[in-house]
Design a protein around this ligand. Structure first.
Ligand code: NAP
Length: 285
């Protein structure tokens, strides 16, 4: 059997079309949603993400205010810049590219962003809201995975979901979202004994470990839904954390890399900009 591909490009495109309509409605009320992106130190990988948000914002009619700051920018200067954006009534979304140069504390930066403008959902306030099930801004990649699962009609209630990876940006928030959707969630990490014993039980297997082809076919249950979040630059090009060629013969549904989760992330950041704009202006959806 060959798995059904979950086409992230097509699903992201449908969300973008909806966003275009929502941005037009906001503009009709004289509101131009605006995203400010700070890129410190010009890390080349971050540049790809910076430019993809810039291009997408232009397509959707969202104003993009990008600022490229030199690698020797001090933490104090960066925090000052963030505070000014927090106070700027014309900015609804703030996004800081990671990784930051050495000497700048990621925790201090996360904590400095106003939660209501935190369109990557990385502030302690938004992560705390996720934990207690309150409405906040949701981290973009996990939110994108949930949109992929919903668009593919995957039943989560009561399903065994296994999350491989426990980072603050992907693994932990995605595990919480799966739990909110009433899945029974297991979180695995680098110290997990016998990873395969856990992954083989999964009806829904999400992998964000940053280890090329960590998940092999013998680790996957027949018919499982497999979501590969990994993006690893290798000699073969960019590959995921799942051995796609072998696993697609066993899974029921699978995301390819590239073309699965990747296309969702920037789209969801901009969806969060629109959501933040509505909430800041007291508008309902
Ligand atoms: P990270 O912070 O490095 O976290 C990796 C997690 O995987 C850690 O929790 C680690 O466990 C766990 N892990 C590592 N090796 C493992 C193994 N052999 N068995 C089981 N667990 C293992 O990475 P991240 O930021 O979450 O990103 C993960 C991957 O997703 C990367 O490839 C990244 O490029 C990709 N990513 C993609 C997108 C997208 O838009 N598609 C967005 C974000 C990230 P410990 O906690 O025990 O160390």
């Amino acid at each position: 059997m060959s798995a059904t591909l979950i086409d992230g490009k097509a699903i992201a495109q449908r969300i973008r079309e909806e966003l275009v309509r929502e941005v037009e409605k906001l503009k009709a009320e004289g509101i131009v949603p605006t995203l400010a992106v700070l890129w410190v130190g010009e890390d080349p990988a971050s540049g790809v993400y910076y430019r993809s948000k810039q291009r997408l914002a232009a397509q959707l009619g969202i104003e993009f205010r990008g600022e490229v700051l030199p690698a020797d920018t001090s933490q104090e200067a960066l925090l000052e810049r963030i505070h000014r954006l927090n106070e700027d009534p014309e900015v609804e979304g703030i996004f800081v590219e990671f990784p930051l140069p050495e000497g700048i504390s990621p925790e201090a930066v996360r904590a400095a962003i106003a939660p209501e403008k935190d369109v990557d959902g990385i502030t302690p306030v938004n992560l705390g809201k996720l934990l207690i099930g309150e409405e906040g801004l949701i981290p973009a990649t996990p939110y994108g995975v949930m949109e992929l699962l919903e668009a593919s009609g995957v039943e989560l209630q009561g399903a065994d979901a296994v999350m491989v990876g426990r980072s603050e940006v992907v693994g932990k928030p995605l595990a919480l979202l799966l739990l909110q959707a009433h899945a029974t969630v297991t979180i695995c990490h680098s110290r997990t004994r016998d990873l395969g014993a856990h992954t083989r039980r999964a009806d829904v297997l999400c992998v964000a470990a940053g280890r090329p082809k960590l998940i092999t076919a013998d680790m996957v249950k027949e018919g499982a839904v497999v979501i590969d979040i990994g993006l690893n630059a290798t000699e073969e090009g960019v590959v995921g954390d799942v051995d796609f060629e072998a696993v697609k013969e066993k899974a029921g549904m699978i995301t390819p890399v590239p073309g699965g989760v990747g296309p969702m992330t920037a789209t969801i950041v901009l969806k969060n900009v629109v959501e933040a704009t509505r909430r800041l202006r007291g508008l309902t959806a």
